[in-house]
Design a binder for this molecule. Structure first.
Ligand SMILES: [Zn+2]
Length: 178
């Protein structure tokens, strides 16, 4: 498998399709292949799906958002609306609460953005997910800077789940366009 941020890696059509079948968005597919989003995009746009006439990138784009809950009407209003947090207006907002709210209020689906894992544990019916700040700045709550991944994917892409150094892993290039 390629390393993070490898630029000289050639992705074949079957690599892309395999990643697509294991993910729910282009960003997740890129993570699945452990390449940056721009690298993934470059190749995913090269291959055209015969059936739809669309590039694989376009084809997979439609998948993002599937399963995302309808947004809470109050999410957009007021100082404490989660939208204001996701616009970066409340950098001090606690991260535990933030993770709960972006799921509950429908800004992200409750599943791993890398592999689509969404199994719930019995006692509280939650999915084991970790909130990752792409730029490593845990006060940068912009929606584009946030990534929800499962413990398994976190472990596979970080050196050590409980190692503080994991915070420094570079998630840049994983911002989707939407
Ligand atoms: Zn995962």
């Amino acid at each position: 498998m390629p390393l993070w941020k490898t630029t000289a890696y050639n992705l074949t059509e079957s690599d892309i399709r395999y990643a697509m079948s294991n993910s729910k968005s282009n960003r997740a597919a890129a993570m699945f292949l452990k390449v940056s989003l721009p690298t993934y995009r470059k190749y995913a746009k090269l291959y055209i799906d015969n059936e739809s006439g669309k590039s694989l990138y376009e084809l997979h784009k439609n998948m993002s958002g599937v399963g995302i809950k309808k947004r809470f009407p109050y999410a957009y209003s007021g100082k404490h609306g989660v939208a204001s947090i996701l616009r970066g207006e409340q950098p001090e907002y606690p991260s535990r609460q933030l993770k709960k709210r972006i799921i509950k209020e429908g800004f992200k689906a409750e599943c791993c953005e890398s592999c689509g894992f969404s199994e719930r544990r019995v006692n509280d019916y939650t999915v084991p997910l970790i909130l990752v700040w792409i730029d490593g700045d845990k006060t940068n709550h912009l929606l584009d800077n946030l990534l929800l991944i499962c413990y398994n994917c976190f472990y596979l892409t970080q050196s050590d789940l409980f190692n503080r150094r994991a915070d420094r892993i570079d998630f840049k290039g994983y911002r989707d366009e939407n």
